[in-house]
Write a protein that binds this ligand. Sequence first.
Ligand code: NAP
Length: 322
Amino acid sequence: MEMIRLGRSEIEISRLGMGTWAIGGGPAWGDRDEEQCIETIVQAPEKGINLIDTAPAYNFGNSERILGKALQRMDRSKVRIITKCGIVWDRKGSLFNKVGDVQLYKNLSADSLRREVEDSLKRLGTDYIDVYMTHWQSVEPYFTPIQETMGELMKMKEEGLIRAVGAANVTVDHIRQYLSFGELDVVQGKYSILDRQAEEELIPFCCENGITFQAYSPLEQGLLSGRYKKDYVPKASQSGKKWFQKENMGRVIDMLETWEPLCEKYKCTKADLALAWLMGQGDYINVLTGCSKVEQLEENARALSVKLEKNDIDWLRKVSEI
Ligand SMILES: NC(=O)c1ccc[n+]([C@@H]2O[C@H](COP(=O)([O-])OP(=O)(O)OC[C@H]3O[C@@H](n4cnc5c(N)ncnc54)[C@H](OP(=O)(O)O)[C@@H]3O)[C@@H](O)[C@H]2O)c1
């Protein structure tokens, strides 16, 4: 297993992590075969992936519950778990998304975090979380200063409930504040070959400050695997997204056809190319791919052994500017 260090912590993680957003099922992703989801997680370490990402917000605790069931069949000491805080549905906060007919709220207050960590530990069936991550950042009217949030997270770290702190969906200004109140080891943000905005400020800032950058939605929710045809009707979790708009989706599908010669050269799939391209951007980048079936896990894990040549990395970047 090719490992990298998570930020400046002692935690070793694989270059590729597995995300369990879709595994949570529910209104966003549709119902799933639970046994198949559990088996996918159980097999991840055997395929070179020791890092599993989840969140309470992934179908109201269901993704964490399923991960908890998988952990019962795994050696806990060999798995690194990320779960998140700050999105709630059973208490007050600032308005966030609606999932189905349930309203989600943002709340990063110390009291709320304490309740959340206890609930997550129960659902996961473990007594520690490797990385505890703020899922979305605080906004008015229920605004919590990062000093308060980070203060509580640092206490949890001292108590041994969590081993490291992460923050998702942040700006450089947020990161500066986190760093001034404690240790931040990982930042999670959207990054794919089609959406490279993180390269402008976030990734260079993380690199300069010894923070691991973790890319989510590296396959643009499955689109870059090439599985969807032009008449595909997006699921709820995909429908509002830029690359799932009909015209854009058509352009992506056409672009993916131009990748065929590279698939042959590297004896890999389009999903592997999209993942290997991201890993090829720097060894401090960790890539979180979402897998809900063993076949997807096996396919995506093969990207770990695809080492793209520099000219191919450059070519892929060029043809992806669509
Ligand atoms: N912090 C945040 O705000 C945030 C936001 C988004 C995601 N995340 C995390 O990052 C993880 C990764 O993001 P993502 O789930 O959007 O990742 P992704 O890798 O872009 O998409 C994952 C989905 O694509 C499909 N897929 C994956 N591999 C495939 C393959 N080889 N062939 C065909 N289809 C394939 C699957 O859809 P089906 O399951 O429908 O088959 C899978 O659920 C999430 O699971 C979550 O843990 C965090």
